[in-house]
Write a protein of this length. Sequence first.
Length: 450
Amino acid sequence: MSQSGHSHLLACPPEIHLEILGHLKRIPDQTPLRNFSCVSKTCRDRAIPFLFTSLWLNPESVAAFRDGGAFSHFRPSVRTLYVSNRESPNGEFIEILPFIELLSSPAKPLHLFPHATNISVVNFTCPDHLTPGNYHTPSSARNNLFVALWREISAFKGFKNITVSSPISLPHTVFRERGFVDSPFETVLSNLSPGAREFLGPVQVLATELGGGTVLLPPQNFETIKISTNRLVLQRRPGLTSGLLFFVNSGETLKSLEIDLNKFYIINWPNEDCGTLMFPNVTRIRLKSKTWTGASCAQLLYWFATHCPNTESLMLHIYRRYTFGLSHIEYRALAGLSKLVNLELPWPHEARGIYTKTQLSHFIREMIASGLGNLENITFGKSGRGDNPSMYIFQECRVDRSDKMNDVKIWFKGRYCYSTATKQFLHRSQTEFEEVEGSNEDDLNDVFAL
């Protein structure tokens, strides 16, 4: 920037600087924000709080932000915290003992940041060893650390949005008996400070306690939850039972769920006809899977229909189903979501693989008659042909109830495509809906193919 450019920038009132910084902070790459902070001392002072809106918790950052630390006066600027046993997103592992010490430090790192509303638990994995010693991490520490971590997060009422990018568990490695007198869990405790021992708990949390739903968490205030995991265990009543259903006490506040998974399991208890775990305020659900291995997703849809009955928007992005289609049994599982307004999901499976628009209109009417009486917008998706597997084709439909005297009308838009290779939408050939029922040229085979 020229000297005159610097002068003009410095002459701007603080409100203009803050507006500029507000735009720069939305750019994922922080280079423009850093460049702004290098213009002058004034720009630096105004930009630094924006540079600390997100913080990766590790021993060094906690020390810097504690009372009296070099950056303690920037604590009110922190809005997002990242918790992991890695020193950085691509860094080395923090061994499990120092990690427990970090989470249990007297300063209570999470509570140092009262204005933080977002927390991300990222890459929570663990090396096989506790110390350079000759024994593996005992599985007995896994449950205690899991419960202690979620109790700590749940106790902080400021968190509204949470992201979990991988399973939160320690490896199921077997303790090697190499002359140790104490049990594995007692050996872990003996290597911790008094504060960390209190954090982890004096008594081992058994798998049967988690599986029985007897472990309770404080009430939570989560509103949006994003989970990415290979395996999700779902339950039907309150009480902490599985590694990623940590939000069981957010029943009154939770509004949005976004889950990326490959496998799922549902825990049922004897004599349990229906679930008592409810999320009545959830209105938006997005389920995604690239390598779904389950034979049917009907059970998964039944679970959400039972426990999130007021959902208004459902996006079902299961890529294998874009190839084979959803079965009618899986579609029937949606019947419990009577308040659905917007629905995006794979195309309905049919033996010949061909649907005309008239047939699809009848199919939509069947869904409406089955209980989805509030549907307004439906988008069907299908993968491209074998020579173009990275292309997905979508057909948008709209339900028109404006004519009170006659049956509903189904309107169609032209197809559009999305390429997973380029991450771009293509071929938006039509932006307006049109009614095409009764047309002699209404074969959707050319819509659901390239």
